[in-house]
Every structure is written in C-alpha cells, then in structure tokens.
Design a protein around this ligand. Sequence first.
Ligand SMILES: Cc1ncc(COP(=O)(O)O)c(C=O)c1O
Length: 406
Amino acid sequence: MGKIDFQKTGFATRLIHEKKEISPARNAIGTPIYLAATFGVDSIQQMDDIKDGKEQGFLYSRMGNPTTKVLEDKLAALEGGEAAICTASGMGAVGSVLIGLLQSGDHVVAADAVYGGTDYALRCNLPLFGIQVSFVDICNPAEVEAAITDKTKLIYFETPVNPNMRIADIKAIADIGKRRGVKVAVDSTFAPPPIQYPLQLGADIVIHSTTKYLNGHGDVIAGAVISSLENITRFKYHASAMICGSPTNPFTSYMILRGLKTLHLRLERHCQNAMALAKFLETSEYVDRVFYPGLESHPQHETAKKQMRDGMYGGMLSFSLKEGIRGQTARQAVDTFLKNLTIPTLAPSLADADTLILHPATMSHRDVPAEAKRKAGITDGMLRVSVGLEYIEDIIADFRQALEKI
Ligand SMILES: Cc1ncc(COP(=O)(O)O)c(C=O)c1O
C-alpha cells in the first residue's frame, strides 16, 4: 500500500493517520499494551502469509493480539506446552476445551466434584449439545477407567478439587487416557507452576482461571488453555476465537504478565500461610475436619507429595465446623463465625493477596444438585479459605477469636 502525503491532507485526515512509527520497544520492562482491534497489511498476499503462519503478524485482535501473544507464549513455556490460548475468563477456557474438542454423540468422563460453573457446564450445558457425561470419583483411577466407553473423548478434572481439596493422581489418569486413546484435561487453577506440571505428568491439556494465582491481585477476569499446537489451534478455531469470540483483552493480558513476575514469591507465602492455618484449624475444638493436601491427615497426602513440588501445596484449604456447638446447627455456626471474622472477605474468588472466605454450599456450588454436593462433601458447615499474604499470626488470631465466639 502507498504512503499519505500529509502536506496535502486536511486536519481530520491528519488526526487519524499522522503518527510516528515507534521503533520496536525492545527494552520496555512492561509489555506494551496493543489495544488495536485490527492491524493493516501491505497486500492480500501478506494477509495470506500471516494467516498461514508463513509470516509473523497480526490481523484482528479476536484472532490474535501482540500483548496477549506474549502472555500465551509465556504460559506455554511455564507449563511446558507447545502453545496456549488466553480467554476472557476461566470459564472461557473450560468452554473452549469442551466446545473445541467435543461434538454431538461424544462422551466425557468427569470428576464428580469441580468448580460450580464447570459442574453446570458439564451437567447442564453439554447434554444440550448431545454430549453425555459420566461423573466419577476422580481419586479412584479404576472408577475412571471403568467409565470409559468407545464414545469417550475426554477425561476432565481439577486437582486440587474445588472446594473439597481432594487430589487426583494426574499421572495415573494420564496413563489411562493414553492407553485408551482419550484426551485428559486438568484444571490446575489451584496449583499453578511451580507447584505442579500436569503436562509433564502426561496430561494433554491444562486449564487455568488466570483470574486467580497467575494474576494474583483480584483485578482481572481471564483464563488460559495450554496444550499441543494442534489442540490449541482446534480450541481457537472451533471455540474461543470463533463461536465463543472470547479472547483475553490486551489490557488484562498486560495485568497478568505483570502479576506473573511475582508468582513464585506470592505462592511461597500463600503455601506457608495455608499450611500454618491448616495446622491451627486441626487443633481447634470447634473444627470437625480440615482439608489441606499438605496435612498428613489428608486422604491423598501421598499423591499430593508426589505431584506437588517442593513441599508446596497451594494456598487453598477447606474446613468444616462441628455440628451442635452451643446448640447451633452447622449453618448457624457458619453465620456466627463469619460475622465475627475481621480479616477475610466473604467473596466468591480466590488467590488474591487478601484472604477470602466462601461458603461453597450457598456460593460457588449453589447450583450443584444436592446428591452431587453430598458426594463431594459440600456440607452446610464447610468453608473454603483462600489464604492470603497477610501476616500469618494475624490471620490465625482472627480465626481463633471468631471460632471462640461461635
Ligand atoms: C478451579 C476453577 N476453574 C475455573 C474457574 C472459572 O474461572 P473464572 O471465574 O475466571 O471464569 C474457577 C472459578 O472460581 C475455578 O475455581
């Protein structure tokens, strides 16, 4: 395409077109934010070359954006995958995998406990597309294998599981997937690198709600999928860039790139604080059970020790209050406890610097059917804590005084 001679154009044309091309900002510490919706090309041939991957470049930000590409490449490298796509939310990532991979007549083997939104997608949305789902105890690989049929295309689970903190053996399930020709997707939101690496353990697909630890500051909603280039291309063209049209926006990508710089420091502290709070809760006379994979009392502690690295078990824990404390039902005890807590915020998210607390039965897992809740151990007395970065003695003191006031 030719160049405009600005000596000959009017003010409105100059306002729109006149600009100095910035030389590549190679030394910028923060990744530049490209808010452009579209990118010009010199010729139709060049557009074809970019589309075919013969030339690096961008055409339209729904299909690819320079800022988001930096994030995608970084996440692929961190997880040890070939490629990644970043989506508008964690559910966008979950949906991109489900819609991108499956078609009418297919079957999925899914964990009987997952994040409430994912549970809804599996239980209520997929059947509308003629896709059947069998729900299994994901901690029991034999049950997973037994549920596979000749129509099964995907095994889907989280580990640690939201909200009961159960641990699935990624390698054992990935081995089953390989043997039976079924893809394995792991939502690793609760334990991002450097805690666990599902692809290295044989999984095909890793999902993150990047809203959570990867960003880490509670100020964006976004998601990501990491896998082979072939899978990612499929998720993109069959789902995220097309029917769902839901990329991470460039400003959000920048925020996550910024958050990632301190991921390991934040995680170290989240893990230390969570372990200390879990140990304290185990000693409390008001607490029935504590679910934290780092505790020796956790039913899958040995699996956690094997696949979660360097003694890091994440910043998430759950616990249940005893029934009948001073004549109160578990739900009344929860209400009294929450009323007296001062540091945590009662809020439906996790992985922020701030400690967040949530009542799964009425919040994140509200729409999960009662029987499924029972199987997942989501009781009226259960609370989920995203342990923040505050001074741990303050968090423990706050939990202690609120427990004593039940
Ligand atoms: C394990 C897990 N996966 C996916 C999601 C969905 O993420 P988002 O809220 O970013 O859509 C959540 C949300 O809490 C989650 O906990």
